[in-house]
Design a protein around this ligand. Structure first.
Ligand SMILES: C[S@@+](CC[C@H](N)C(=O)[O-])C[C@H]1O[C@@H](n2cnc3c(N)ncnc32)[C@H](O)[C@@H]1O
Length: 286
C-alpha cells in the first residue's frame, strides 16, 4: 500500500470511529479490508482508496469502518464485573432508587450482545427482588452488523461455551439447528440502537450504570478522554462506569475516579472536583 493510501484510510477511520491506526499496525488494514476490496471489486487497498477518492460513497466508508472494528465479546466476560454488578452495584442502587424503582443501564460498544444479555440474565435471576422495578438496558454499537446479530440472539456452540454457566444455557437458550437461541423474554429486556461514541450521547438520557468495556483501547488518548467526558455527563454522582480489565482513567480524564477500590469500576466526579484534584496533584508534584 502506498503511503498516501495509508494516510487516507487512517483519516477515514479516525474521523468515523475514533480508531487510531498507527503505521506499525498498517498490516491490520491489509488483512481486515480484503473482504471490502472483494465486495467493491477492486484489486487492493490502493484501488480501494482510489474509489474512496472518486466516489466518496457513504456505504463504502461504512464498510471500511465496520470492517476495522474488533467485535470480540463473550458472555460474562472476565466474570468479576458481573459479580460486582450483582452483589455491590445493584443492591446499592436499589436502595438509593427505592422511591422511583427505575434503573437505566447502557452498554456502549456492546458488539454482538453477550454483554447486555449477561446483564439481562443477571437481572432475571434477581427478579424476586426487582418486582415492581423498571430496568432498562440500552445496547449500542457503531456497527449495524453486530447489532443485527445481537438483536437476533442466535449464538454458536463456541460462543455459548465461552463464559456462559451451563445452568443459564439450559434455562435461557433453546437449540435451533447448529445455533442456540436466547429466550425471547431475555431478548426483550434489551433495546438495541446504533450509536457512534464520537457523537453527542445526551439524547440517550441519563444512566445509573454504564458498561463501556474493551472499547476505549481503540481510541487514542484524547479520543478516550473525549468519550469518557461525554459518558460522565450522563451519569449521576452515585452512578457507576464499568471499564474493561486493565483499562484506566488515570492520566486520561479527571471526570471519573476509581470507585471504592473495586477494579474496573469508576464513579463520576464533577468537572470542578476533577480540576481541583488535578491542580492539587500538580502542585504536590511541583
Ligand atoms: C471488543 S468489542 C467489546 C464488546 C463488549 N463491550 C465486551 O467487552 O465484550 C468493541 C466494540 O466497540 C465498537 N466500537 C468501536 N468504535 C466505536 C465507536 N466509535 N462508537 C461505538 N462503538 C464503537 C466496535 O464496533 C465493537 O463492537
Amino acid at each position: 500500500m502506498q503511503a498516501d493510501s495509508f494516510d487516507v484510510l487512517q483519516t477515514v477511520l479516525k474521523q468515523r470511529s475514533g480508531l487510531a491506526v498507527t503505521a506499525e499496525k498498517s498490516y491490520l488494514l491489509e488483512s481486515r479490508l480484503m473482504p471490502v476490496t472483494r465486495k467493491w471489486r477492486v484489486k487492493g487497498l490502493d484501488d480501494l482508496v482510489a474509489l474512496v477518492r472518486s466516489k466518496s460513497d457513504e456505504r463504502l466508508l461504512t464498510d471500511i469502518t465496520e470492517a476495522m472494528t474488533t467485535n470480540e465479546s463473550s458472555f460474562f466476560r472476565d466474570g468479576l464485573p458481573f459479580e460486582q454488578f450483582k452483589s455491590i452495584v445493584l443492591p446499592a442502587l436499589m436502595q438509593r432508587r427505592s422511591a422511583d424503582k427505575h434503573l437505566r443501564i447502557w452498554c456502549a460498544g456492546a458488539s454482538t450482545g453477550q454483554e447486555p444479555y449477561s446483564l439481562a440474565m443477571t437481572l432475571r435471576e434477581e427478579r424476586a427482588r426487582l418486582q415492581d422495578w423498571t430496568v432498562e438496558i440500552l445496547s449500542t454499537d457503531l456497527s449495524t452488523e453486530v447489532l443485527g446479530k445481537a438483536e437476533a440472539g442466535l449464538y454458536t456452540q463456541f460462543e455459548v461455551q465461552r463464559g456462559l454457566p451451563i445452568t443459564y444455557l439450559v434455562k435461557y437458550f433453546t437449540q435451533l439447528g447448529d445455533k442456540w437461541e436466547l429466550a425471547g423474554d431475555i431478548r426483550q429486556m434489551v433495546t438495541h440502537q446504533p450509536f457512534n461514541l464520537l457523537d453527542d450521547p445526551t439524547p440517550l438520557g441519563r444512566f445509573d450504570v454504564v458498561f463501556c468495556r474493551n472499547v476505549l483501547p481503540y481510541f487514542d488518548r484524547p479520543g478516550r478522554a473525549a468519550v469518557l467526558g461525554k459518558i460522565a455527563a450522563l451519569i449521576p454522582a452515585d452512578g457507576v462506569l464499568f471499564l474493561g480489565d486493565n483499562e484506566a482513567v488515570l492520566g486520561i480524564t479527571d471526570r471519573f475516579k476509581p470507585a471504592g477500590g473495586y477494579r474496573g469500576i469508576f464513579q463520576p466526579q464533577s468537572a470542578s472536583a476533577g480540576a481541583a484534584q488535578t491542580a492539587a496533584a500538580a502542585s504536590q508534584a511541583g
